[in-house]
Design a protein around this ligand. Structure first.
Ligand code: KG4
Ligand code: ZN
Length: 340
């Protein structure tokens, strides 16, 4: 009988302290996510020093819980996978040091995972990945279109030239007086809305798969200024709906065009903004018309978690990728292929 392979994943790149055990890269055995949102939201964003301190306080317990819930002991594991970057360097280092100590104490291989590879591989926890595939990655720090020809092969075909989609959501949320993280609140207001303000679309050059969201963000700020200056009040729902329509229309159109051009077998969405209901339904509808299968993780697996790191880590482990004890947090880490 084939032996099952269990990977322990650890993620601390931003404001979630997370550990998870995944079986054979596809099956979640345990998935512990401790969010810092309650502690961070009073500051309107993530304060790096606070993130690091909370990670230090929680990481050991979170790893213990992941093993306890999985009913496994360290010797049942094949490897420890940890987010190496990108992210907040102080936050990354807490997870990396915990992973190093755990791997060393239990004589397990250590694997450094790119956070975005993790977001992409969250999809593998729900359905098999078929290549070539197109991944739309939309998170707090990233907006990217990536073509994958096989496991571990990443070709970046487009990215944001300024703000990430999630960043734009969070900034617009702040303009509307909503709490951090603002994405889900803007999403909710947009869905409840009975009208929308018209905002520009940033198409860039006609053949470009790049994105830009800073102009849209400025348009929202200017709109509010103009209304307030005339003594009026903005309708937050209409603003949220108009902003979301602009973001979703551009993301959908570029994704569909790339899916056609690269003749992919499936399109997947990943990252926190992939939790957006407007974006999910727009991509579902548009790709249905194209007859291209579209998959997006459950909301909980779209936002930061360690199961996605364990899933990507499993594929890297299978390919023989290993890190050593010199691994460092890499805040600006690039998404490089581990398989060509
Ligand atoms: O992937 P993620 O959890 O962390 C990063 O790696 O950045 O993404 C967080 C981002 C935040 O900007 C948050 O506002 C956004 O994802 N987000 C959403 C939604 N849920 C989370 N944006 C739009 N609509 C949502 N429903
Ligand atoms: Zn993320």
């Amino acid at each position: 009988m084939k032996k099952d392979h269990y990977i322990l994943g650890i993620e601390t790149s931003c404001d979630e302290t997370a550990a998870s055990v995944v079986k054979n890269g596809t099956e979640i055995v345990s998935n512990i996510v401790l969010s810092q949102i309650q502690q961070q939201k009073q500051y309107g964003g993530v304060v790096p020093e606070i993130a690091s301190r909370l990670h230090v306080e929680q990481i050991t317990r979170v790893i213990e819980e992941a093993l306890l819930e999985a009913e496994l002991v360290p010797s049942d594991l094949e490897a420890v996978a940890v987010t190496e970057g990108p992210g907040l360097v102080g936050a990354l280092l807490i997870g990396i040091n915990a992973a190093k100590a755990f791997a060393f104490a239990n004589q397990l291989p250590l694997i450094g995972v790119h956070h975005i590879a993790g977001h992409i591989y969250a999809n593998q926890l729900l359905h098999p990945m078929e290549f070539p595939l197109l991944a739309l990655i939309v998170s707090g720090g990233h907006t990217e279109l990536v073509v994958m020809k096989s496991h571990g092969s990443f070709e970046l075909i487009g990215e944001t030239r300024d703000d990430a989609a999630g960043e734009a959501y969070d900034k617009v949320a702040r303009v509307l007086g909503l709490q951090y993280p603002g994405g889900p609140h803007v999403d909710r207001l947009a869905l409840e809305s009975d009208g929308s303000v018209e905002f520009p679309r940033a198409w860039l050059e006609s053949d470009s798969y790049d994105f830009s969201f800073s102009g849209l963000k400025s348009a929202v700020i200017n709109y509010k200024h103009n209304v307030v200056q005339k003594g009026g009040e903005i309708n937050p729902q209409h603003v949220a709906a108009g902003f979301q329509e602009s973001v979703v229309e551009v993301l959908t159109a570029k994704t569909v065009r790339a899916a056609r051009e690269f003749e992919v077998k499936q399109v997947i969405a990943a990252g926190g903004v992939a939790a957006n209901k407007g974006l999910r339904s727009s991509l579902t509808e548009a790709l249905e018309i194209e007859n291209i299968p579209f998959y997006v993780p459950t909301i909980a697996l779209c936002t930061d978690n360690a199961a996605m790191i364990a899933s990507a880590g499993y594929e890297m482990w299978k390919s023989g990728v290993r890190s050593d004890s010199t691994m460092n947090g890499r805040p600006g880490m690039e998404l490089n292929s581990w398989n060509e």
